[in-house]
Design a protein around this ligand. Sequence first.
Ligand SMILES: C[S@@+](CC[C@H](N)C(=O)[O-])C[C@H]1O[C@@H](n2cnc3c(N)ncnc32)[C@H](O)[C@@H]1O
Length: 236
Amino acid sequence: MGGRQLPTLYGVSLGPGNPKLLTLRAVEVLREAPKVFVPSSKGISRAEAIVSYFTKKRRIIRLDFPMVKDEAIVAKALQRNASRVCSILQRYGSCAYAALGDLSLYSTFWRLYPYVKEKMHDLDIEVIPGVPSFCACAASAKIPLALGDDIITIIPLSASRERIENLARYADTSILLKIKPSIIRSLKLVGKEYQQAVLAMHCSTDNEQVRVANIKELEELSKYFALMIVKRRKFL
Ligand SMILES: C[S@@+](CC[C@H](N)C(=O)[O-])C[C@H]1O[C@@H](n2cnc3c(N)ncnc32)[C@H](O)[C@@H]1O
């Protein structure tokens, strides 16, 4: 008994942006981890800014994730990043990977993990949950996401127009992530069926902008915001 402890990778959910919105366990792991990896595409990311509240700069390692659709380029970057994580795990026995919101939602952590596991079969992980961006957005807008038997859909706007339209048709609340200008066409359908919209940017940070709008204002406003919650029935 009392066998050898496996190298451990901690997946830390950082919440939406405010360093006060991390769990106690997340803070504990960030303080104790010998190294903390953060995703970065250019310069200091919001994830890195949050992590630097809890650990020294020299313990933070940036991992580059190219924002491209070409899966071959992405796979190459994931291989490279997984090798860096494995070498830290071999050296220190543990390390953390930290990303925004909750890691179970569209996070680079779950893109990276299979590559790490392939290189290091004897590996343990602990995943620490966190506050997703849209929960922070609902809190700032002071509205519920769902009541009673309401159905919610979470839709990344990178999905096809057909799937977005089908899902949005049935949900009482649709949460739209990864907003981009081409969303506007898709919103024409949503606009027919929904009454209220909440648009949000930089939720929970000093630069937060949250606007509760009439659904008709969406087309214009959608250019400027990162996340939207559209509701079939108006709340208040
Ligand atoms: C790759 S997804 C990651 C979602 C994240 N794991 C979560 O739990 O919220 C990135 C999208 O989340 C939304 N997002 C993340 N943080 C946000 C914030 N603080 N304010 C508004 N939207 C945010 C935006 O729609 C962005 O395009």
